[in-house]
Design a binder for this molecule. Structure first.
Ligand SMILES: Nc1ncnc2c1ncn2[C@@H]1O[C@H](COP(=O)(O)OP(=O)(O)OP(=O)(O)O)[C@@H](O)[C@H]1O
Ligand SMILES: [Mg+2]
Length: 244
């Protein structure tokens, strides 16, 4: 295998076309265990396309994607086995409790979780004990996400994909979510997060990349910038030549 051996995610020259529209234009990105990478970029820059490509829901027209050395294009099931994703709206069975949802979703992933193990993962994901036994129909967006995080923990995913995870969360829930993502990274999970939330990027991400028209045009160290400077950089990058 030609990939870098310690890379959890390796994207090389990935190009995706939709008809005559170039959604990804030779994207390169490498992520190692424990790194949190924030993908910033305007609407239509290719963030969701990147996530769908890694999940093997789309095939690259050129280039390739490796997850723990598994080719997401030719071995999507093996690549997906290493990957967990939390979509913007985590789909749960409304009549089942959070605990029952987690155990059922784990079954679908081929795992059998005891009640105790399921509770432990939900605790770790920050879902209050009281909520764990309540029907998911009553859950807020933040609570649904916590069940999504618990599924990722149960599956011991080495790569976590987040598409705008904090949109629609209140500041307290979004701060809590940052902490949960940081904790997952400390345990060695690599995290790729598409986001517009410049405020959270600094505390959540180790690396920040600006995607424009399907290319990473800039990578920055978020520790060196506050969110005002990040916003300026983001807007400057957009102004420089325009988006797709
Ligand atoms: N299924 C599709 N069919 C045709 N074009 C598509 C499809 N999915 C995405 N595109 C196009 O590919 C480009 C990248 O879209 P993508 O959804 O990846 O952007 P994004 O960065 O996630 O944007 P947003 O911030 O709005 O979520 C856009 O020009 C979009 O119109
Ligand atoms: Mg998107």
């Amino acid at each position: 295998m030609a990939g870098e051996s310690d890379a959890v995610l390796e994207i090389r020259g990935a190009t995706v076309r939709f008809g005559d529209r170039l959604a990804l234009d030779g994207l390169d990105l490498t992520l190692r265990a424990g790194e949190v990478f924030a993908l910033l970029g305007p609407n239509g820059a290719g963030k969701t396309t990147t996530v769908n490509l890694i999940l093997g829901f789309l095939r690259a027209d050129a280039g390739r994607v490796l997850v723990c050395g598994r080719d997401a294009g030719t071995e999507p099931v093996a690549a997906r086995a290493e990957t967990a994703t939390i979509p913007e709206q985590v789909a749960l069975y409304p009549n089942l409790t959070g605990l029952e949802n987690l155990r059922y979703l784990a079954t679908l992933a081929g795992l059998s979780l005891s009640r105790d193990a399921a509770r432990r993962h939900l605790d770790e994901a920050g879902l209050a004990a009281e909520a764990q036994g309540r029907a998911a129909a009553t859950y807020s967006k933040g609570m649904r996400q916590k069940v999504g995080v618990a599924v990722a923990l149960a599956r011991r995913a080495r790569l976590l994909l987040l598409d705008e995870p904090t949109s629609g969360l209140d500041p307290a829930a979004s701060a809590e979510f940052s902490g949960i993502v940081r904790a997952a990274a400390r345990r060695g999970t690599a995290v790729l997060m598409a986001t517009h939330d410049l405020y959270r990027v600094r505390e959540m991400a180790d690396r920040v990349g600006v995607l424009r028209a399907g290319r990473l045009v800039e990578e920055i160290d978020p520790g060196r910038l506050d969110h005002v400077a990040l916003e300026r950089l983001y807007l400057d990058t957009l102004a420089d030549g325009g988006a797709a």
